[in-house]
Write a protein that binds this ligand. Structure first.
Ligand SMILES: [Zn+2]
Length: 434
């Protein structure tokens, strides 16, 4: 822990991305929308960014000088499961078997408030240690899991969005609620946590197969009745899952239609995956503004499929980037973005480093309608920041950077080869955390 001085000036190489580069943008130099401000001062007052300037500030500012370090906005993770650190990197299954064999047993343990409390603290500390300062998070079905996660996030001052999982069928008995109990618990949790600190509530449908139509209807009604709330769920991750939904909901046009017809598709909805959607689904997503959270390491690890980022962008859909731990194999946004690059490459496309970095910062902030608060190094925004080294001395990355010319070449190598071991400091609302 270092200073919590209310006025602090951080010196380093500042980088943030206001706009992603359109495909085909020349990447030498600094494209429009990329703000590269080497050897600048970032002034933080009372937890917010007060100014960015080249001149050193006066003596009223405490100084934190980080020459040669990269100062970025904190990463934002738009889909991640707190209890699944217990099953990350589990062998040998696709989605539906993975849930039964690994995930549901792990989530059952969170019925114990002590397990949920310890797990939530570990999870948030690990997010911060990976440079992620905000997240949209699945806890478990248990009310206590939400209390534990929100309590730990409030103590850390983090921007966190979560809510109890709704699941009243097709799960082990210990992980099931009912329509009545889920309504009662949700109302209690909204009253206790919504708007407290930097917390917001997300009506959290695990996925369509584990909720009855009555529970889906309830979730839509509660979302409409709670201004400022979000919806999070999964959609069309895996082909067997899509077939199961078709069998469970024969009266609906598609998996996505199940959500739409229960009031769950709004501009405050984030649906993870969305790989197996047809043209009508894609048009409905573009029209409603609901967001698909691309989860590339998860989709590769569970063999779910290749998400077509450029194609979905061209469809006019809103997109975000996510780790999806524990289907995903790392909380690291470096690893997530490197996988996103590779998934695009397998489809003959390119995601440049500026586009990737934008996705993990301002792009994800926009997807959550939080761009007025996080995602850039802009006066007025909350000072959620991370200082990174470019490379460990003597490493392959250091060697590669020694041969790199443009900012893009350096940043791309850093994203592909770097990871959380390069992190030197995380700040949440101007407070040094790790
Ligand atoms: Zn997930």
């Amino acid at each position: 822990m270092s200073t919590t001085h209310s006025r602090i000036a951080i010196f380093g190489d500042l980088l943030d991305i206001e706009q992603p580069s359109p495909a085909g943008t020349p990447l030498d130099g600094t494209p429009a929308g990329v703000r590269w401000r080497p050897q600048h001062w970032l002034l933080v007052e009372n937890g917010r960014i007060a100014a960015v300037q080249a001149e050193a500030p006066d003596a009223s500012w405490a100084r934190d000088e980080r020459a040669g370090q990269l100062i970025l906005p904190g990463f934002i993770d738009t889909h991640v499961h707190a209890p699944q650190l217990d099953v990350i990197a589990s062998y040998g299954t696709e989605l539906l078997d993975w849930l039964q064999r690994y995930t549901f047993p792990a989530e059952t343990a969170w019925a114990d408030p002590a397990v949920a409390a310890a797990g939530s603290q570990l999870f948030l500390d690990q997010l911060l240690a990976h440079g992620t300062t905000s997240a949209l998070v699945f806890p478990t079905v248990h009310k206590g899991s939400v209390d534990a996660l929100f309590g730990a996030a409030l103590a850390r001052g983090m921007r966190l969005i979560s809510g109890k999982c709704l699941m009243d069928r097709h799960a082990p008995p210990a992980l099931m609620d009912t329509v009545a109990s889920s309504e009662r618990d949700t109302l209690d949790l909204l009253a206790a946590w919504s708007g407290k600190g930097r917390l917001a509530y997300a009506h959290t449908v695990r996925f369509a197969p584990t909720s009855s139509e009555a529970q889906l209807r309830l979730a839509g009604e509660l979302h409409a009745a709670s201004p400022g709330s979000y919806v999070q769920t999964h959609v069309a991750e895996n082909r067997a899952e899509v077939e199961w939904v078709r069998a469970l909901f024969p009266a609906y046009r598609s998996y996505l239609d199940v959500y739409e017809r229960h009031g769950l598709l709004t501009a405050r909805t984030t649906l993870a995956h969305g790989i197996w959607l047809d043209a009508d689904d894609r048009a409905r997503l573009a029209a409603t503004g609901a967001v698909i959270a691309h989860s590339p390491t998860s989709n590769l690890f569970l063999g779910s499929g290749l998400f077509d980022w450029r194609g979905r962008e061209a469809d006019g859909m809103r997109l975000s980037m996510a780790s999806d731990v524990g289907g995903g194999v790392s909380l690291s946004m470096h690893k997530t973005l490197a996988a996103a690059y590779q998934v695009a490459a397998l489809q003959g496309q390119r995601l440049d480093a500026f586009t990737l970095l934008h996705a993990a910062t301002r792009g994800n902030a926009l997807s959550l309608q939080l761009d007025h608060e996080i995602g850039r190094l802009e006066p007025g925004l909350v000072a959620d920041l991370v200082a990174w080294d470019w490379a460990e001395p003597g490493s392959v990355l250091a060697h590669r950077l020694g041969r790199a010319g443009s900012l893009h070449e350096r940043l791309f190598a850093w994203l592909m080869l770097g990871d959380e071991r390069l992190l030197r400091q995380t700040w949440v609302a101007g407070k040094a955390m790790v």
